[in-house]
Design a protein around this ligand. Sequence first.
Ligand SMILES: *Cc1c(COP(=O)(O)O)cnc(C)c1O
Length: 391
Amino acid sequence: MKRIYLDNAATTPTRPEVIEAMQPYFKQSFGNPSSVHFFGKETLNAINEARYRVAQMLGTKDEEIIFVSGGTESDNLAIFGTAYANRDKGHHIITSQIEHKAVLEPCRFLEREGWRITYLPVDSAGMVDPDDVKDAITEETVLISIMNANNEIGTIQPLNEIGTIARERGVYFHTDAVQAFSHIPVKVDEINVDLLSFSGHKFYGPKGIGGLYVRKGTAISPYLFGGYQEFNLRAGTENVPGIVGIGKAVQLSMLEMDAQIVYIASLRDKLVRSLLEIEGVRLNGHSSQRLPNNINVSVDFVDSEAMVINLDFKGIAISAGSSCTAAMKGPSHVLTAIGLSYEEARSSIRITIGKDNTEEELTYFLDVFKDVVNNLRDMSPVFQERRLGSK
Ligand SMILES: *Cc1c(COP(=O)(O)O)cnc(C)c1O
């Protein structure tokens, strides 16, 4: 069966160039980067080159990049690391209601430990209001963590304004940039952040590798203890093939990002126009401040899981709201935060386009999607009643 992958926010395929760059580090170049002999120097050099690539991408110094095991560890290190290092100042953190679980769950843990967490609301497009951030800051606030771009609805936050406020008030500012990094231009000095999380497998790099940008001078504690790797912030022998892979993925993204944004956004805009022509379909998230690859729509009277499963039968992979909600009960916390009803949230799907998707694939998707929606609506008594009622 022909398979079409439209779930690129969940993960992306690892690029062949990335796999090729990683190969030697599983074979002949296996040294421990901490070793002083040739084998160690060889892998240390490879790590340093990858660090340089990431630093270039973000406009930072090399020594401000810490490699970790992925986006989740990066978010956890940013939150627990700054909370612990600054606990003498206070026990208050500001975040938003639409963060990824990798930010929300560490915050919930700290809440149970006696910290006060402010979960800022968002507007109907999924935007945090910088004035709300300003109003929430107290003398006790040690960290603000607001994501760069949302993984479900693609909304891009006004980080520059929030970062300016954080800087004025002397509060550290972290952003989960896992969905934005290597997809849209992200320079730490333009968005005024002190800490920024990214993950390899969301931009055609390998799984199990990511990183945290830590601005020089930021008070942060490690939360894994052992060796002195990664500037004493992340103990453990480095994932050398992973680091080489993420470095290669970043290098290629830097060359291709501008063209990819134009290409992917044009596919998205065309598909959104066609989807909105279908009766009872609405776009969720911001109309312009949004990731180039993200489409999230509510489809009246159709259950999102039913759409996902029926499309999967036809070889098409999309997700219901967010991939992480797949195993959870209840509607997505992001969709309810932007004001969707339970029913609307339970009838929403996410389509995320990748650099390798073609126009033909999206045309095929649209045809199949219309069939699936029609079939499911034919089976829906509520929809039939409404249809009769409106005639
Ligand atoms: C995927 C994702 C994460 C988690 O990254 P992993 O590398 O899978 O641990 C965190 N935040 C956001 C916004 C994500 O999309």
